[in-house]
Ligand binder design. Structure first.
Ligand code: G3P
Ligand code: MG
Length: 246
């Protein structure tokens, strides 16, 4: 199998900055613009239901107060997660992970599922998200890649669903990043694009890992990265870096 049999250009949080992040509307928008892959953030609601949301608190994207990890899904389901982005998006909800996965199947989209645990919920979130992903993509030719900044969440994901591929997210490159990838048996390094130099890409590839760059919003760095051999670029600017960008 090739190192990265998944889409090369991926829409961040469903529809990047063109739609309210991590909503079904965003995923539909990404698909309507021709994207074949999306990245989504998944966190556990207070009652353990995996939902799509980036922040640990509700304020920025719903206007409500409180922590996601302290709010049951039944309450999250009523919040408006679209209005902050513009009137056109009013009525978008915080989707359950399973609803987003079903929509991906319907639209033929591949997913990079970022496990986004609230503090103290790393193990539980990694396990729950991986278990659910394994069920939702059972038998799929192209399963989701589960990524996380949390090695604890990734280790839990490996235990719960050993066959699902994993990617380690890093903002900075610690000297032992190669070891971390190996220990967690990751298929990919998901790196802040600013730290990706030829040497890093080469070393990741030599270790048998793909390289995913986030979050690239201009054409020039996107071109540079693809030129270095980066396998996947995640973008917020679907209008600048389209699905066929090369
Ligand atoms: O997965 C890439 C990127 O989404 C990681 O950062 O904070 O946007 O989830 P963040
Ligand atoms: Mg993310």
């Amino acid at each position: 199998m090739s190192r990265w049999p998944y889409p090369r250009i991926v829409a961040h949080r469903g529809g990047g900055t063109l739609a309210p992040e991590n909503t079904l509307g965003a995923i539909r928008l990404g698909a309507s613009m021709g994207f074949k892959g999306i990245e989504i953030d998944v966190m556990l609601a207070g009652d353990g239901v995996p939902v799509l949301i980036h922040d640990r608190t509700l304020e920025r994207t719903t206007g409500a107060r409180g922590a996601v990890s302290a709010t049951p899904y039944a309450r999250l389901a009523h919040l408006d997660a679209g209005a902050w982005h513009g009137a056109r998006w009013r009525g978008e909800r915080i989707p359950r992970f399973e609803d987003a996965a079903r929509l991906c199947h319907v639209l033929g989209l591949w997913a990079n599922v970022e496990i986004k645990p609230a503090h103290g919920f790393e193990r539980r979130t990694g396990e729950a998200v991986a278990r659910m992903a394994a069920e939702l993509w059972h038998g799929a030719a192209h399963p989701p890649v589960l990524s996380s900044f949390s090695p604890v969440a990734l280790a839990a994901a490996r235990e719960a669903a050993p066959r699902l591929p994993r990617g380690l997210l890093l903002t900075r490159l610690p000297p032992h990043w190669g070891e971390m990838l190996r220990d967690l048996e990751c298929v990919a390094l998901h790196a802040n694009y600013r730290m990706l130099k030829a040497r890093v890409v080469h070393e990741a590839h030599a270790a048998g890992c793909a390289v995913v760059a986030w979050t690239v919003n201009d054409r020039r760095p996107a071109k540079r990265l693809l030129g270095l051999g980066v396998d996947c670029v995640i973008t917020d600017r679907l209008d600048r870096i389209g699905p066929h960008f090369s």
